[in-house]
Design a protein around this ligand. Structure first.
Ligand code: ADP
Ligand code: MG
Length: 350
């Protein structure tokens, strides 16, 4: 056995990065969250080769001053924990490790400008700052990431094919578009010759349904039924698909808890239970649900990528959602059947 020594700062950053950044998708999620936290109303994402070689996020949020830009890339620096209380955070970020982690495993250029400022740019490669200089740019932040894991070839090998990374990014992006309808989002792909092609564009919309039309199309939108309900301290608002429209996987099941896009297997399964025998094996409904409630009703801090959450042990949400779904689907089916069966009945028994 060798002596116990403290890890070097560089290794600490790389280990932290390993938890936050596995693939381009995680970077895009972190950057989108930062843009939303900065109050952006327009967010443009560009990817090349599934985000492996290049990705960028431009936002029109409140931006950063020179000092802020410098600190933003330091590990454990955050502006998002009010009075140091981690259970009282209403931003998407709070761990103060995303930008530092991303910069530890790639080449980053970030330019930012705050209202009334003139703008600055920082360049970081593999965690090392190369420059911080004046740089004219509009209010907001532009972050570009090149060469993910260029300094850790062993990890670069674990990336999937560009097409697979791109597919995951599109899914994640769709998630954000649907849950933040009021933000104008574009996702574009850049080719080697620098030409860009839009993959998704969703202008600012008044509500989720309008964004559903934008990104999922009219056919899907028309097959959804609203789910508006209260369970315990939670308010639920969103849509579920009628059993006639299902998917082969859960890729169109989007949950947002207190403004944060998350997955929650147990809750998703419980919603599916509400479909009873109407769902065949390996068929999954579309679920788009915005769940809001007390800030301390859920623990977000159980996963470095912040994609998993935990409800309180005695929270009625999971148990009570199934019968609510069942009732909503039943009512929708009855409405649907009105023209044929009910009308027939009325004719038969006037
Ligand atoms: P966290 O979001 O958990 O605070 P990050 O590493 O993602 O940690 O970001 C560090 C800090 O940098 C944020 O707290 C915020 O102050 C600032 N920041 C990051 N991205 C942006 C952005 N797009 N616009 C304005 N400020 C930003
Ligand atoms: Mg963040």
């Amino acid at each position: 056995m060798s002596k116990i020594i403290k890890l070097s700062d560089e290794l600490i950053k790389q280990i932290a990065a390993g938890e936050v950044v596995e693939r381009p998708l995680n970077i895009i999620k972190e950057l989108l969250e930062n843009s939303i936290d900065a109050g952006a109303t327009k967010i443009d994402v560009v990817i090349e080769n599934g985000g492996i070689d290049y990705l960028s996020v431009q936002d029109n949020g409140h931006g950063m001053t020179k000092d802020e830009l410098e600190l933003a890339f330091e590990l454990h620096y955050t502006s998002k924990i009010p009075e140091g209380d981690i259970h009282n955070v209403n931003s998407l970020g709070f761990r103060g490790e995303a930008l530092a982690s991303i910069a530890a495993v790639s080449r980053v250029e970030c330019s930012s400008n705050s209202p009334g400022g003139s703008g600055q740019k920082i360049i970081i490669e593999a965690g090392k700052r190369e420059s911080l200089s004046q740089h004219r740019c509009p209010t907001g932040t532009y972050t570009e990431i090149r060469g993910l894991f260029f300094n850790i070839p062993a990890r670069r090998k674990f990336l999937k094919k560009a097409a697979t990374e791109k597919k995951r990014i599109i899914e994640l992006f769709t998630h954000f578009v649907l849950l933040y309808p009021q933000i104008h989002f574009t996702l574009s792909e850049r080719k080697e010759d620098f030409r860009q092609k839009k993959i998704i564009e969703s202008p600012a919309r008044e509500n989720m349904l309008a964004s559903i039309y934008d990104v999922l199309g009219a056919e899907t939108a028309n097959a959804l039924v609203p789910l508006n309900s209260k369970i315990g301290d939670w308010t639920l608002q969103g849509y579920i698909s009628k059993p006639i429209i299902t998917k082969k996987d859960r890729s169109l099941q989007y949950l947002c808890v207190n403004g944060r896009p998350v997955r929650h297997q147990e809750l998703q399964t419980s919603i599916e239970k509400g479909y009873g025998s109407q769902l065949l094996r390996s068929q999954y409904p579309i679920i788009l649900l915005d769940i809001t409630g007390p800030l301390d009703g859920v623990d977000f801090n159980i996963h470095p990528q912040k994609s998993e959450i935990r409800f309180k042990a005695d929270d009625p949400l999971i148990v009570e959602i199934a019968p609510i779904v069942e009732k909503i689907l039943q009512e929708a089916a009855e409405l649907n059947n009105l023209p044929d069966s009910k009308l027939e009945n009325i004719k038969k028994n006037p």
